[in-house]
Design a protein around this ligand. Sequence first.
Ligand code: PEP
Length: 256
Amino acid sequence: MRRNLVVGNWKMHGDIHSNEILLNTLITGLSDYKSADYVVCVPNPYLHQTRSLLENTGIAWGGQNVNQFEEGAFTGAVSPHMLTDLGCTYVLLGHSERRVLFHETNLSAAARFDASIKANLTPILCVGETLAEHDAGLTEVIVASQMDAVMATLNDENFAKAMELNMVFAYEPVWAVGTGKTATPEQAQEVHQFIRQRIARRNAEAASKVRIIYGGSVKAQNAAKLFSMPDVDGGLVGGASLNAEEFIAICKAANA
Ligand code: PEP
């Protein structure tokens, strides 16, 4: 059985004072809910603070992106080792905001996926179609191209390591991210099943084990129905992860 996973993506929000309140509320609120896994992906400047508050609590933390190179003249970039050095176990990759606003591509996401695996970071690869692609019936074509770029980049050794690290895929329809529109549970299930089948083309065992989480305006009020679908293994939560009560309620829904 796959354990549900709920990941909070704080995006570019927070400060030392508000982070402390939010994280301490999560620690208390989630201490009795141990049937799912929780992660917060925080802005890099707050990773140290996050580590000092979350260490030994069962809540993991991660970065929101990472560079593919180990070190060098890459002003503004952060290496996989820098994230693990700060205790990160997860990293988001290929988020639609990175793809749209920072022109990241399938190939660059795949390179960062590979680099994360090599550094023992569990990648959470975000895939999903824009509204125009959705309306044109291109959802599967787009998601397949995003998935296949990663599958083609991973050699057998790194694919096996990605399985050991419990790599995660997040279906995030771009039209649902930060918009207040959510995919219906049935729409999400259809694409999650497609993603699992795509992984099965490479390795059937991996496909049955890999967690595929849904992101796009997940709220306390819609989480339980989404998470009840057979191929939806939790959620990637943006806006609602900044509100402790709302995020805790979503995490509780993942415990059912
Ligand atoms: C996200 O940032 O990945 C996300 C899904 O945002 P929101 O929950 O605000 O739609």
